[in-house]
Design a protein around this ligand. Structure first.
Ligand SMILES: Nc1ncnc2c1ncn2[C@@H]1O[C@H](COP(=O)(O)OP(=O)(O)O)[C@@H](O)[C@H]1O
Ligand SMILES: [Mg+2]
Length: 226
């Protein structure tokens, strides 16, 4: 069992897109999965109304009032619980982060986005503090580079990626490219695997989900060994 939050103080960085893609792909890989939509826009919940991915249930209307109970309840019955959080620093985000086993911090490769990601890391540190973690421990998280264009990586983007690598902030090796199919999936509530199982997008999402599952597995090994 693991609770995975998609969190960033910024909107438009692909939190909802990733929540839908990763939750669906983990379900296709055989896990029982819940996706809790805590964003007032309810785009993930709307997607869920017509989604037919076996093993994946969507729950909408997650609010500051019910978020703790909803996470506790779903994590009793599902292998994996994904949290699609609002692009904000509300108490809802803080509560959800404290109950998360792993946080994915999606970030685009521009300076303002990286500044927001740093605020996101701060937010994760504060949630860890409130949870009573020792000073040298944080809730496990990774930055995930998103919406990467297929054109040559600009000098600015490369320098940002290198600068972040030097800070020691944890970063996932896989990235999410900018692809039309990630927008089009909302038309019929179908993820790339349902549209074309052999497409590059399907492979990209599968690789991302494998990296996430491996990270969760390693975390569990560390916890079990402690
Ligand atoms: N990798 C991507 N490729 C193409 N469009 C994307 C990608 N990621 C997000 N989008 C689009 O950008 C908009 C914002 O994405 P969304 O996942 O809702 O961001 P957030 O939840 O962080 O606010 C949506 O219209 C979505 O379809
Ligand atoms: Mg969103």
């Amino acid at each position: 069992m693991a609770v995975i939050a998609l969190n960033s103080p910024k909107g438009g960085v692909a939190k909802t897109t990733l929540a839908i893609l990763l939750a669906s792909e983990c379900a296709f890989k055989g896990h029982s999965v819940a996706l809790l939509d805590a964003d007032p826009n309810q785009h993930a919940a709307l997607f869920g109304e017509r989604s037919t991915v076996p093993g994946l249930d969507f729950q909408g209307q997650i609010t500051d009032q019910n978020v703790i109970q909803s996470i506790r309840q779903t994590s009793k019955t599902y292998d994996l619980v994904f949290l699609d959080l609002p692009g904000a620093t509300t108490t809802l985000n803080l509560k959800a982060l404290q109950l998360s086993d792993y946080v994915i911090l999606p970030c685009q490769t521009s300076r303002p986005d990286v500044r927001d990601a740093m605020r996101g890391i701060q937010q994760i540190a504060e949630a860890g503090d409130l949870k009573g973690l020792p000073e040298d421990e944080t809730i496990p998280y990774s930055i995930l580079w998103t919406r990467i264009p297929f054109s040559f990586e600009s000098k600015a983007a490369r320098s940002i990626r290198e600068a972040i690598a030097k800070t020691g902030a944890r970063t996932m090796g896989s990235v999410l490219h900018e692809r039309a199919v990630y927008k089009e999936m909302h038309i019929n509530s179908e993820v790339p695997r349902q549209i074309d199982p052999n497409s590059a997008a399907t492979r990209e999402v599968s690789t991302l989900a494998d990296e996430l599952l491996e990270n969760l597995y390693k975390l569990k090994e560390t916890v079990d060994a402690a």
